[in-house]
Every structure is written in C-alpha cells, then in structure tokens.
Unconditional design. Structure first.
Length: 84
C-alpha cells in the first residue's frame, strides 16, 4: 500500500503506481506512470516479474500502458518458462 500513497522512484524519476499485481499468481505485473517534473512529459512503465528477473518496459510519450503491460507480461512469462 505504501507504493500507492507515496509512489516510488525509478531511475531518479518520481512515479505513481497505477496497478500493482506483481505478486498475484498468473499476472505478475505492475503499471507505473512517471510524474511530470518541470513540465516534462509523463511516460507509462510496465514491470513484469519472473523468478529472479524484473522486466521493465517504458513507453514513449502518448503510448498506452495496456500495450506495455502485455509486452512485459509476455516477456516475463517467457523468462519464467525458461527457468529465470
């Protein structure tokens, strides 16, 4: 719950957690959005979890987070199935 209220910092960028299913069996993803600092654009970020690996997919400006989530999920699933 701390992520939802306080957010997190990813690579020196403040971020808001949109959806956290990182430890939900069958999903293993988290959707994040960067916060605007000084008028810069915001970006969607999806995180997928494999056994020992986290997969980060960051979209360009205007890219919808749903597509990023699918890519992070499929790559994390591939890595889990490969033993990572």
């Amino acid at each position: 719950e701390g992520f939802f209220t306080n957010g997190l910092t990813l690579g020196a960028k403040k971020c808001s957690v949109i959806r956290d299913s990182l430890y939900v069996d069958g999903d293993c993803t988290m959707d994040i959005r960067t916060k605007s600092q000084g008028g810069e654009p915001t970006y969607n970020v999806a995180v997928g979890r494999a056994g020992r690996v986290l997969v980060f997919v960051m979209g360009k400006e205007g890219v919808h987070g749903g597509g990023l989530n699918k890519k992070a999920y499929s790559m994390a699933k591939y890595l889990r199935d490969s033993g990572f």
